[in-house]
Write a protein that binds this ligand. Structure first.
Ligand code: ADP
Ligand code: C5P
Ligand code: MG
Length: 257
């Protein structure tokens, strides 16, 4: 699972002249999008330049609610890889629903058996389990103090309803980062990852089932959201290199940070 946050935030103060001095090559704006930026005792919150971090870092703003992006795309499309870059370069906090569920699967509990059986069949685990994992993970990281990537969620209507019931207005959901590539590319990536991942679902048979689940349950959610509000779906091609995928993604979401 990706990391990178903020365990505490001590002060909120005006952006310094120094921070304003640089221009963000993604947004073409001074390197602070609003009048306020967060300063913190935790180094991961500091703007880029000084410590050799990304020059295009957009400082994290204080908001009443946590900023959230869902990250969706087919199995093996590269969601985790994109999220890792966003964590590294923009200090997002990243939770992969799949990773959280795989942790549960390792336990010795009733839930773990159920989760294991869903994952092995490429099916979507009931949201009561997944949403509490996500909410607990966000609360443990500081809630409104961070900006979050929720990767591999919502995977179906049940997931989406669970989000609305449990979190809904408590978060500032900016939309869905939707990464796309062909099934051929996804299959190649899954099988390559399967050489070392140890995942029970990184094999041809389960991958095919996951494609079916994606096409029948996940893609319709994305399409419904796009129909409702086209500006809330940030589509990015995942066929290119990870750096290009990151750059294209940032062009689409920078104005929401
Ligand atoms: P997902 O989280 O969507 O299942 P991952 O990020 O785990 O996908 O990526 C699946 C595999 O494909 C990994 O082995 C990863 O290194 C590789 N990969 C991801 N993005 C790219 C890319 N843009 N180009 C080439 N390989 C990639
Ligand atoms: O996103 P990832 O590929 O890691 O998901 C692996 C599996 O975890 C899915 O195929 C599914 O069985 C399960 N999952 C789920 N609900 C989610 C995310 C993942 O049931 N929201
Ligand atoms: Mg993943």
């Amino acid at each position: 699972m990706g990391q990178g946050c903020c365990t505490s935030r001590s002060v909120v103060e005006p952006v310094s002249q120094n921070q304003n001095a640089s221009v963000n090559s993604i947004t073409n704006q001074p390197n602070a999008p609003g009048p306020l930026a967060v300063t913190t005792g935790v180094s991961t919150h500091q703007p880029a330049a000084a410590g050799g971090e990304d020059k295009d870092f957009i400082p994290i703003r204080t908001t009443a609610k946590p900023i959230v992006f869902f990250v969706l795309g087919g199995p093996g499309s590269g969601k985790g890889t994109l999220c890792a870059n966003l964590v590294k370069k923009q200090k997002f906090v990243h939770f992969s629903a799949g990773d959280l569920l795989r942790e549960v699967a390792k336990e010795d509990s009733e839930d773990s058996k159920l989760v294991n059986s869903y994952i092995s069949q490429g099916k979507i685990v009931p949201v009561r389990i997944t949403i509490s994992l996500i909410e607990n993970a966000m609360r443990a990281k500081g809630w409104e103090k961070c900006r979050y990537l929720i990767d591999g969620f919502p995977r179906n209507l049940d997931n989406y309803q669970g989000w609305n019931e449990v979190i809904g207005d408590k978060a500032d959901l900016k939309g869905i980062i939707f990464i796309t590539c062909t099934e051929e590319t996804m299959m190649k990536r899954i099988l390559k990852r399967g050489e070392t991942s140890g995942r029970v679902d990184d094999n041809v048979d389960t991958a095919k089932k996951r494609f079916v689940t994606y096409n029948s349950e996940t893609f319709p959610i994305i399409e419904a959201k796009r129909k409702e509000n086209p500006d809330s779906v940030f589509e990015v091609s995942a066929e290119n290199s990870p750096d290009q995928v990151y750059a294209e993604c940032m062009k689409k979401i920078a104005h929401h940070l």
